[in-house]
Design a binder for this molecule. Structure first.
Ligand code: NAD
Length: 488
C-alpha cells in the first residue's frame, strides 16, 4: 500500500489544511513512492508560527551551546544508523544511484551535522579596545526563524547545509522541500524528533514552489531565506524576500568549465572529467559541463574519454552495478532533449549518446557533443543532465577568456602538472571553487558558493555561521561618571 506522509509542524504530524495531497514518483519506472500532504500558504504560516514560538519561548536558544551541540551530535549518530534506508529513499525519489547516495551523499550530509554540532559552542563575539572604565564588545546572536528552500538533486545533503549551521547557532527553521523529493526530509525530521530536539525547532512543509515556496520566501516573520535551486527561481525568491528586507543566501546554477592542458595526467583527467559530468546523471550544480581541451592533447584525450564513457552502465538506480540512473522527471528529460537538439542545429556534433536510453523511465544516455563554440546555447545554459559540451583551446589566456565568458561562476576544474600554470588559472578563473587535478570534491569545512549569477553567500565551513548569526555591539559604562555633553 502507498504510504502517506504528513507535514511536520511544531512537533506534530499534520495534514495540509486544504486536505490536498500530491504523489512522489519513482523516475526509474513511474511507480508511486508515496502520497504527500500538499502544504500551501496557510500551512507555511502555521509552520512559521510554530518556529517563532520555539525560538522566542522554547528552550532552544537558551540552552547551553554545548548541550545544543551534543543534541545535534546525537541526531548525527542516529542518522548514521538510518543512512542506508535514507539512501534508498532518495534513490527511489530522485534516481541518483544507490552507490552515490550511500557512499557520497549520506556520509557527506551527516559529516556536515557533526561539523556544526562541534561549532555550536564556538560561536564567539569580540572584546574591542576601549578605555578601562568601559566595556566595548560584540555578541553573536541567532537571527531567529530561518526559511530554507531546497532542490531535488541531493535533498538531504543540501537541507543539512542549512539546518546544521542554523540550529547550531540557536535558530529555528522551516524547510520547503522539492515537490519531486519530499520523503527523505520527512524521515529525517522523525530522527530529529526522536533524538529530543524540541518541538518547533525544525518544521517541514512539503509542497510546490510557486505556492508554498513563495509563501515562505515572502513571509514577513521569516528572518532569513537560504535557497538552493536554479538561477531563475533564485531571482524570484530574492524579489519575494525583499518585501520585509530579509537577508537571502542563494546557491544557484552553474555552467562550469573543466580545463585539460596538454601536460595533464591523462588518466586522472579522464576519470575526474567523467565524474565531473556523469555523476548523478549530470544533475549536479558543480558539474564540469563545459570541457575545454588544449589542441595538443585533444585527439588523445577525447579518444580515451569517449571509450570510457561508452562503458557507463545506465539502469535501475537501486542496482549497485549501475553508474547512472534516470533523470529526475519528464520535464527535466525533455529540457535536455530540447537543448541537445538546439546544439545540433547550431552546428555541434554528437560523438556519443544524444538520446533517451530506455522508454520506461526518464533515462538519457551519457552524451558528448563536440565542435561546440562559446556562443552556442549548449555552452551557455545549464543543461543539468549527462551532456558534455567540448571546446578546443590554444593557450592559458585563450581558455581563461572562454571559461569566464558565462553568467555563472560556481566551480572550475584545471588539469595540469605545471604548478605555475595551475596558479595562474586559479587566479584567472572567476568561480567560488577551483579544483586543481581533482573534481567534485566537497568538505564540510570548505566554504561553497558562487560568483556572478551562481549566487552569493557561502555555505559550509566556519564562514556559514556568519549567515545564521547577527552581530550585536554593546557599549557598557563601568564607572560612576556620566556622559559629559558640553558640560551638561
Ligand atoms: P528550482 O529552482 O526549480 O527549485 C528549487 C526549489 O525552489 C524547489 O523546492 C522549488 O519547489 C522551489 N521553488 C520553485 N519556484 C519557487 C518560487 N517561485 N518561490 C519559491 N520557491 C520556489 O531548482 P531545481 O530544479 O529543484 O534544482 C536544480 C537547480 O538547482 C539547478 O539550477 C542547480 O544548479 C541548482 N543547484 C544549485 C546548487 C548549489 O549549491 N549552487 C546545488 C544543487 C542544485
Amino acid at each position: 500500500m502507498t504510504k502517506y506522509y504528513k507535514l511536520f509542524i511544531g512537533g506534530n504530524w499534520v495534514d495540509a489544511v486544504s486536505g490536498e495531497t500530491f504523489e512522489s514518483i519513482n523516475p526509474a519506472n513511474g511507480s508511486v513512492n508515496g502520497v504527500i500532504a500538499k502544504g500551501s500558504t496557510i500551512d507555511v504560516d502555521l509552520a512559521v508560527k510554530a518556529a517563532r514560538k520555539a525560538f522566542e519561548s522554547g528552550p532552544w536558544k537558551e540552552m547551553a551551546p554545548s548541550d545544543r551541540g551534543r543534541l545535534l551530535y546525537k541526531v548525527a549518530q542516529a542518522l548514521w544508523e538510518k543512512a542506508e534506508k535514507l539512501a534508498e529513499i532518495e534513490s527511489r525519489d530522485n534516481g541518483v544511484t544507490i552507490n552515490e547516495n550511500k557512499f557520497i551523499a549520506m556520509p557527506a550530509m551527516i559529516d556536515v551535522l557533526e561539523f556544526y554540532a562541534g561549532l555550536a559552542n564556538k560561536v564567539q563575539g569580540e572584546t574591542l579596545a576601549s578605555p578601562s572604565n568601559r566595556l566595548n564588545f560584540t555578541l553573536k546572536e541567532p537571527l531567529g526563524v530561518i526559511g530554507a528552500i531546497v532542490p531535488w538533486n541531493f535533498p538531504l545533503m543540501l537541507s543539512m547545509w542549512k539546518i546544521a549551521p542554523a540550529l547550531a547557532a540557536g535558530n529555528t527553521i522551516v524547510i520547503k522541500s522539492s515537490e519531486l523529493t519530499p520523503i527523505s526530509i520527512l524521515e529525517m525530521a522523525k530522527i530529529f524528533q526522536e533524538a529530543g530536539v524540541p518541538d518547533g525547532v525544525i518544521n517541514i512543509v512539503s509542497g510546490y514552489g510557486a505556492d508554498a515556496g513563495n509563501a515562505l520566501a515572502s513571509h514577513p516573520d521569516i528572518d532569513k531565506i537560504a535557497f538552493t535551486g536554479s538561477t531563475t527561481t533564485g531571482k524570484l525568491v530574492m524579489q519575494a524576500a525583499s518585501q520585509n528586507l530579509k537577508p537571502v543566501s542563494l546557491e544557484l546554477g552553474g555552467k562550469n568549465p573543466n580545463i585539460i592542458f596538454n601536460d595533464a595526467h591523462i588518466e586522472n583527467a579522464v576519470n575526474g572529467s567523467m565524474l565531473g559530468i556523469y555523476m548523478a546523471q549530470g544533475q549536479v550544480c558543480a558539474s564540469g559541463s563545459r570541457l575545454y581541451v588544449q589542441e595538443g592533447i585533444y585527439d588523445k584525450f577525447m579518444d580515451v574519454f569517449t571509450n570510457k564513457a561508452k562503458q557507463i552502465r545506465v539502469g535501475d538506480p537501486l542496482d549497485p552495478a549501475m553508474q547512472m540512473g534516470p533523470q529526475v522527471s519528464l520535464p527535466q528529460l525533455e529540457r535536455i532533449e530540447h537543448l541537445v537538439a538546439a546544439g545540433l542545429e547550431e552546428g555541434a556534433n554528437v560523438v556519443l549518446g544524444g538520446e533517451r536510453s530506455d522508454d520506461k523511465g526518464f533515462f538519457y544516455s551519457p552524451t558528448i557533443l563536440v565542435n561546440v563554440t562559446t556562443e552556442m546555447q549548449i555552452a551557455r545554459e545549464e543543461i543539468f543532465g549527462p551532456v558534455l559540451s567540448v571546446i578546443r583551446f590554444k593557450d592559458e589566456d585563450d581558455v581563461i577568456q572562454k571559461a569566464n565568458d558565462t553568467l555563472y561562476g560556481l566551480t572550475a576544474g584545471v588539469w595540469t602538472e605545471n604548478i605555475k600554470r595551475a596558479h595562474k588559472m586559479v587566479r584567472g578563473l572567476k568561480a567560488g571553487t577551483i579544483y586543481v587535478n581533482t573534481m567534485s570534491m566537497l568538505d564540510s569545512a570548505a566554504p561553497f558558493g558562487g560568483f556572478k549569477q551562481s549566487g552569493f553567500g557561502r555555505e559550509l565551513g566556519i564562514e556559514a555561521m556568519n549567515m545564521y548569526t547577527q552581530t550585536k555591539h554593546v557599549w557598557m559604562e563601568m564607572s560612576e561618571t556620566h556622559l559629559d555633553w558640553y558640560g551638561m
